[in-house]
Design a protein around this ligand. Structure first.
Ligand SMILES: *[C@@H]1O[C@H](CO)[C@@H](O)[C@H](O)[C@H]1NC(C)=O
Ligand SMILES: *[C@@H]1O[C@H](CO)[C@@H](O)[C@H](O)[C@H]1NC(C)=O
Ligand SMILES: *[C@@H]1O[C@H](CO)[C@@H](O)[C@H](O)[C@H]1NC(C)=O
Ligand SMILES: *[C@@H]1O[C@H](CO)[C@@H](O)[C@H](O)[C@H]1NC(C)=O
Ligand SMILES: *[C@@H]1O[C@H](CO)[C@@H](O)[C@H](O)[C@H]1NC(C)=O
Length: 433
C-alpha cells in the first residue's frame, strides 16, 4: 500500500487526518517489500596467533535511495561454515558510510587513514563522539550471531538519498574487520583482550611507544601482530570472510527515518575549545581497563566494576531500538534518562557449548530493547547517564562500554500529518477558489 503515490497517497493521508486515527502498523506495513542480500567481505588470511585489522573500501552494498531494516554479520570460511569464536575471535566489525570523489581510485595501501584526505569523507552517524570516532552505521563484536538487529516497521535508516551526496561525489560503504586467531594460544582470553605482553608489543602500529602502564587494548593487537602460542603449536592458515546480510526497503514517504547514536562510557565532556570541529568537546577513548577487585571485595562478593558517564543529547526523540556492546567479563549496561528512568538495559548472554554461536565463556549475544514507539522519549538537551558493569573478579584490559540507540524524531502519525499537509499545500491552490 505504501508504494502507491500521488493522488492516492494524498487522499489516504487526508482520510487518516479526517478520521483522526493514528497510523496503524498494518497501514505502513513494509514486510512484503523487504529485500535481502548476502555479501562477502574481501578474503583475509589467518593462521594461529595472527591478527587482522583491515579496512575494506567500496564494499558490496545495496544501492539507491533505501531504508536499511537489518544488518547482520559473522565470520565464515571458504565453504561458508561459521567459525567459532574460540578459533577466530571477532573483536569487532564496523560498517561506515562515506562519500568518495568521482574518478578517484584507491591505491593498494588503503588504510583507515584514507578517510583523512579530502577525496573521502566519512558520513558519520548522529553522534556523539568527537571527529570520526565511533562514526559507524553498524557494528558489533563477538555477540554478532546472537543479537537482534532488525528495525521495526515503519522505521528505517535512510541512506543513498541522492540529494545528500555532494556534487562530484558518490556514496560508498566500508568495513573494518578486526579478528584474532586464537587457535593454540597460551591464553585465549588474554589474546582477545589484547594484552600487550602476549603480543610482545611495546610500540603501536605507527611506531609510537606504548606507555608502560598500558596493559592491553587495541594499541597492542593491530594488523599483523601475533599473540603468543603454546610451545610448538602449529596449525594451518585459512581464508576467512565477513559474511553480511543486509535487509532493506526502497525509500518512500511512509518510512520514518531513525538517527543512530553511539554513546561511549569513556566519553568525558571537556569544556568547549570553541573549535568548529564536530563534537570537539567530546572525548571518547572507546576502551578502558577493569582492575581486579581487592581480596576484601572478593570476600564480600562485591566484585563489580561500575563505570558511568553523563552526557547531554542535543536532539532527542523516541527510542526505537537499543543495545549495548561489552566484552567478556561484562555483566550488563544501562542507559538512564535525566530523571533516573531506564531508557534501555542490555545484558550479555554467554555461550555454554562449543559450536559457533554458543561458545563457552564468550559473549554470544546482547539483549536488545524495542520499546513500543512513543513510550520512551528523550527530550531535547536531556542529560543521559550510561552505566557499564563488569565482573572484576579478574582484571580485564581493552574492554568497551558502548550503547547504540536508534531514535526517531517523529512518530508515524505525526510524520503522516506533516507529509499530508505539505502535499495539501502543494496540490491545492487556495487562491483558485
Ligand atoms: C604502499 O606502501 C609501500 C610501503 O609502505 C610503499 O613502498 C609503496 O610505494 C606504497 N604504494 C603506493 C601505491 O602508494
Ligand atoms: C619481542 O620483541 C623484541 C623486540 O621487539 C625481540 O627482540 C624479542 O625476540 C621478541 N620476543 C619474542 C618472544 O618474540
Ligand atoms: C549451548 O550449549 C549448551 C551445552 O552444550 C547446551 O546445553 C545449550 O542448549 C546450547 N545452547 C544453544 C542455544 O544451542
Ligand atoms: C564474577 O565471576 C566469578 C568467577 O568467574 C563468579 O564466581 C561471580 O559470581 C561473578 N560475579 C558476578 C557479579 O557476575
Ligand atoms: C495559484 O493561483 C494563482 C491564481 O490563479 C496564481 O497566480 C498562482 O501562481 C498559483 N500558485 C501556485 C503555487 O500555483
Amino acid at each position: 500500500m505504501c508504494s502507491v503515490s500521488g493522488v492516492l497517497v494524498f487522499s489516504l493521508a487526508i482520510f487518516l487526518l479526517l478520521i483522526g486515527t493514528p497510523c496503524s502498523s498494518s497501514f505502513v506495513k513494509t514486510e512484503d517489500k523487504i529485500k535481502s542480500a548476502v555479501f562477502l567481505s574481501p578474503k583475509f588470511e589467518l593462521g594461529p596467533g595472527s591478527v587482522v585489522n583491515r579496512y575494506y573500501y567500496d564494499i558490496d552494498f545495496p544501492r539507491g535511495h533505501i531504508a536499511i531494516k537489518d544488518f547482520h554479520a559473522e565470520v565464515v570460511d571458504e565453504s561458508g561454515n561459521p567459525i567459532p569464536l574460540h578459533e577466530t575471535y571477532l573483536h569487532h566489525w564496523v560498517v561506515g558510510r562515506y562519500h568518495q570523489r568521482k574518478h578517484v581510485t584507491h591505491t593498494e595501501n588503503d588504510s583507515h587513514m584514507m578517510l583523512q584526505n579530502s577525496d573521502h569523507v566519512l558520513v558519520r552517524n548522529s553522534g556523539i563522539c568527537q571527529g570520526n570516532y565511533l562514526g559507524q552505521y553498524f557494528g558489533l563484536g563477538s555477540e554478532t550471531r546472537g543479537t537482534l538487529t532488525d528495525i521495526p516497521d515503519p522505521f528505517g535508516i535512510e541512506v543513498g538519498n541522492p540529494a545528500e551526496v555532494p556534487e562530484g561525489f558518490d556514496e560508498k560503504w566500508m568495513v573494518n574487520v578486526h579478528a584474532i586467531d586464537t587457535r593454540g594460544a597460551e591464553d585465549k582470553l588474554g589474546c582477545t583482550e589484547c594484552k600487550c605482553e602476549l603480543y610482545n608489543v611495546t610500540v603501536d602500529e605507527y611506531g609510537r611507544s606504548v606507555r608502560p602502564d598500558y596493559k592491553g587494548g587495541m594499541l597492542c593487537c593491530y594488523d599483523h601482530t601475533r599473540c603468543k602460542l603454546k610451545e610448538g603449536f602449529e596449525g594451518p592458515k585459512r581464508n576467512l570472510y565477513l559474511r553480511y546480510t543486509v535487509k532493506w526497503v526502497d525509500w518512500d514517504d511512509f518510512i520514518v527515518p531513525v538517527k543512530i547514536y553511539i554513546i561511549d562510557v569513556t566519553d568525558t565532556l571537556k569544556p568547549s575549545d570553541d573549535s568548529k570541529e564536530l563534537n570537539s568537546d567530546h572525548d571518547c577513548k572507546v576502551e578502558y581497563e577493569v582492575k581486579s577487585c581487592s581480596i576484601d571485595q572478593k570476600e564480600g562478593n562485591g566484585c563489580v566494576h561500575v563505570k558511568r558517564t553523563s552526557l547531554p543529547l542535543q536532539t532527542g526523540g523516541y527510542v526505537i531500538y537499543g543495545v549495548a556492546h561489552q566484552h567478556s567479563g561484562g555483566i550488563g549496561s544501562t542507559l538512564f534518562g535525566q530523571d533516573g528512568r531506564v531508557i534501555c538495559s542490555s545484558i550479555p548472554n554467554y555461550g555454554k557449548g562449543s559450536e559457533a554461536g554458543n561458545e563457552s565463556g564468550y559473549i554470544v549475544g546482547m539483549s536488545t530493547c524495542y520499546p513500543k514507539p512513543g513510550s520512551v522519549k528523550i527530550i531535547d538537551g536531556e542529560t543521559l547517564t550510561l552505566e557499564s558493569n563488569y565482573n572484576s573478579t579478574k582484571e580485564h584490559t581493552g574492554v568497551m562500554g558502548l550503547f547504540y540507540i536508534l531514535v526517531a524524531e517523529q512518530l508515524p502519525y505525526q510524520q503522516l500529518r506533516l507529509f499530508s499537509r505539505s502535499s495539501f499545500v502543494a496540490d491545492v491552490n487556495f487562491s483558485d477558489s
